[in-house]
Every structure is written in structure tokens, then in C-alpha cells.
Design a protein around this ligand. Structure first.
Ligand SMILES: [Cu+2]
Length: 147
């Protein structure tokens, strides 16, 4: 993405922030994901739940959470099922913005400081897919392995 576009996006995001985003949502996000997993477990015997992605295609409700802290991704390596649409949630615990970017997955999306985004990927062929944080490329690197 070019610098000008990035700056414009950031300005819009800061505007949204000023209008009503409340701090501490990174923490809430973590709780939420724990609860989701808990719910999921109690429904183990039922059919898997689906929701729709931005194109209206069904995607499994499981969420894979990747956090950014000190300009590093955690976990650095996640394993996801091949052949399925995957929902990723990227949570930025740093106060500075980062851009989740992957040439292998053809995705790039900014995460504001303290914010979180959802990225849908797949269905993936089995293999290793690299991603990085474009704003801190030296330290922010990770892989998604589809099996
Ligand atoms: Cu970019």
C-alpha cells in the first residue's frame, strides 16, 4: 500500500477512535476468545458452527488469535486445517500501529495500536505461508502452516 493511502487510512482510524472506541478492548478481546473456546467445547457433539465472510461464504467459527507485542507476533507459528476458510484475529497490544501483510496469502491490513482486526484466509493447500508486520519487518514475522 502506498504511504499516502496509509496515512489517509490512519487519519480515518484515529477519527473512529476519537468518536467512541474505548481503551482496554485488547484485553476484552482476549477474554472473548477464551469464552468462545469454552462455548465451542461445550458444543463438541453438535455440528460445527459457521458464519459468513466478507463475500458471504461460509467459514468455520473457530478463531485463530495472533497477538502483536513489542513488534513481534505471538504465536510465531500456528497450524490450521488445510482446505477450509480460516478466521484470524490479529490483536495489537503495542501502542503503535502495525500492518499485517502476507504475499503468500495475498493479504495486507493495518491494525491500530491497541486495536484488533479480523482476516479471513483460505481455503489453503497444505504448506507454509509467511506473513510479517510491514512497519517492523525485522522483528514482526510469523508463519501459518496448513495441514
Ligand atoms: Cu503494505
Amino acid at each position: 500500500m502506498n504511504r499516502f493511502l496509509k496515512l489517509s487510512l490512519m487519519t480515518v482510524l484515529v477519527g473512529v477512535l476519537a468518536l467512541g472506541w474505548t481503551p482496554g478492548s485488547a484485553d476484552e478481546g482476549k477474554k472473548e476468545s477464551t469464552e468462545e473456546k469454552g462455548t465451542e467445547k461445550s458444543k463438541e457433539t453438535e455440528e460445527p458452527e459457521y458464519e459468513k465472510d466478507e463475500n458471504g461464504k461460509p467459514v468455520k467459527k473457530d478463531v485463530y488469535v495472533i497477538q502483536i507485542k513489542d513488534h513481534q507476533f505471538s504465536p510465531v507459528r500456528i497450524v490450521v486445517p488445510a482446505g477450509e476458510k480460516i478466521k484470524l484475529r490479529i490483536e495489537n497490544l503495542d501502542p503503535t500501529p502495525e500492518e499485517f501483510e502476507s504475499h503468500d496469502l495475498n493479504r495486507e491490513k493495518i491494525v491500530i495500536g491497541g486495536g484488533k482486526i479480523t482476516v479471513y484466509i483460505g481455503p489453503l493447500k497444505p504448506g507454509t505461508y509467511k506473513y510479517f508486520g510491514e512497519f517492523h519487518e525485522d522483528t514482526a514475522r510469523g508463519v501459518i502452516i496448513a495441514k
